[in-house]
Ligand binder design. Structure first.
Ligand code: ZN
Length: 501
């Protein structure tokens, strides 16, 4: 059995290596590649992705997994080999259930839709993408049908990025959250708005980048196994546990863009850098779900990076970087500015309190589209009405309404958005558990010491890679399941104080 396991590992490493090659090509394309490289890069990416898919669906992997199955059953659930076999089985079944012809049709359709959307959004023209989106919906339904036995048609689609999470789990969770958030948003927005002019001054790029990098290095992001570059949209990418890269984008008239983007991506990066090195090259060397991944980016960006304690430590240093703009701005004024809550149109610009309402809107619409309860042609109107109902303002156009996010126009409909909100919920839950285990964490953060928190997260979450699902991690860490209570408590305490509620 050990010998078969070694053969299987060799196959799996080749799959992961090919995927890493795709990631390198992708990273280069979005950071440094000159425009002239685009046609050849597209071809190269398509070739390597095809080879990776062929390797991943090689029947030899299936035979090895079948042979190893009885032995796998006898292994301790918490062991590394048992986890690897669980994960490899799941990946293989997923990969072989979708016929290559379907995958190709889907990818071609996504590329076409993305190009149409890139032109339609600035032109505020939903009509052009409407027929394409109808096809996307049909393909998304077909994709779900390759995984029969689901309770809700969105379940198999959610399972791609949040394994084990279902509509049955998410609906009550989101309903409870919405019930808490809507009155909180109302109470906050009845107060005078926070003044955030102090973060809208002029902040030269160099100073912004250097400051952000100093902070994430102190957080524990390892620059000997990573780097930060600029890209139009910030992201994190991993080529191996020893090479996890982040990107950011800078606005010289908005301090929050690069800074919080860097803190966010570093959270993703530390997760990937913290995986058990014994997993290198294997499919378990990855974050376990989009929700858990996002829990780490949000934790370091918001729970730590937008906290009063953190800025007690970091603000004097920031003032020395930008003395012209900040020397006369008090810590309190700065803290209020970076935690300004407002009803706004764009999800990616939204604050901590309103953010999840943006996500829930998309989640509900996705489900209704998949269920057939909502037609694509009625989507813009449904968006406007629902948005107004939830947020209290109406999007003036589709550009900043139904056309704002790339997700539906570059991939499937279903399973795209829940991870963002799960991340907020889990982030607060994990942080509360960390502080319970190590009560000195908040005081340490106010001193600029992040090692205890980082160490706790590494041991309980990062190290395990994909060994445990999000639900298993939540159960191991908190003794219960995913719960919105710690997140609502966090928001109520923080914003209750900030807005004098
Ligand atoms: Zn993220």
């Amino acid at each position: 059995m050990q010998k078969k396991l070694e053969v299987l590992k060799k196959h799996l490493r080749e799959v992961k290596d090919l995927e890493a090659v795709v990631a390198v090509l992708d990273w280069d394309q979005t950071t440094f590649m000159p425009e002239g490289g685009a046609p050849a890069r597209g071809r190269q990416l398509a070739l390597i992705a095809r080879l990776a898919h062929e390797k991943q669906t090689d029947p030899a992997i299936g035979h090895l997994l079948d042979d190893l199955e009885p032995w796998a059953q006898s292994l301790d659930y918490d062991g590394d080999d048992a986890a690897l076999l669980r994960v490899a089985r799941k990946d293989f079944d997923k990969a072989v259930k979708m016929p290559p012809a379907f995958v190709e049709e889907f990818n071609l359709h996504c590329a076409e839709t993305y190009n149409a959307w890139a032109a339609a959004r600035p032109a505020n023209d939903f009509k052009t993408v409407e027929p394409l989106l109808e096809k996307t919906l049909e393909l998304s339904r077909r994709m779900a049908e390759f995984f029969p036995g689901y309770e809700h048609i969105a379940d198999p689609l959610i399972d791609f990025i949040d394994p084990g999470t279902t509509v049955g789990i998410l609906r009550p969770l989101f309903a409870e959250l919405k019930e808490g958030l809507v009155p909180l948003v109302r109470a906050i927005t009845e107060q005078p708005p926070a003044d955030d002019s102090c973060v809208k001054g002029f902040f030269p790029e160099e100073g912004q980048l250097a400051f952000g990098r100093r902070i994430v290095e102190r957080y524990g992001y390892d620059f000997t196994r990573g780097r930060e570059d600029k890209s139009p949209h910030p992201f994190t990418t991993s080529f191996s546990i020893g090479d996890v890269r982040i990107t950011t984008r800078v606005k010289e008239h908005d301090l929050t863009e690069a800074l919080f983007g860097t803190l966010h991506e570093a959270g993703h990066g530390m997760y990937e850098q913290g995986i058990n090195p014994a997993y290198e090259g294997l499919p378990i060397a990855d974050g376990t779900s989009s929700g858990v991944h996002e829990s780490q980016s949000r934790l370091w960006e918001n729970v730590v990076g937008r906290s009063r304690g953190f800025w007690e430590y970091a603000y004097p240093e920031l003032q020395t970087v930008f003395p012209d703009v900040l020397q006369d701005v008090s810590l309190d004024a700065f803290y209020r500015a970076i935690n300004k809550v407002s009803r706004s149109l764009i999800r990616t610009d939204a604050d901590e309190v309103t953010y999840n309402l943006h996500v829930m809107l998309r989640f509900e619409l996705e489900l209704e589209l998949l269920e057939g309860a909502l037609a694509v042609r009625d989507l813009p109107e449904a968006w406007r009405a629902r948005f107004k109902d939830m947020m209290g303002i109406e999007p003036p156009d589709d550009k900043d309404g139904v056309l704002q996010d790339v997700h539906w126009y570059a991939g499937k409909i279903g399973g795209c958005f829940q991870g963002y909100t799960l991340g907020n919920v889990l982030g607060a839950q994990f942080y509360a558990a960390a502080v319970k285990a190590e009560p000195g964490i908040p005081a340490a953060i106010a001193q600029g010491e992040f090692g205890v928190l980082h160490g706790w997260l590494k041991n309980t979450i990062y190290w395990h890679g994909r060994k445990y699902t999000a639900n298993e991690l939540a159960a191991r860490i908190t003794g219960g399941g995913i719960s919105v209570a710690p997140y609502m408590k966090y928001l109520r305490e923080k914003y209750g104080e900030l807005y004098d509620l």
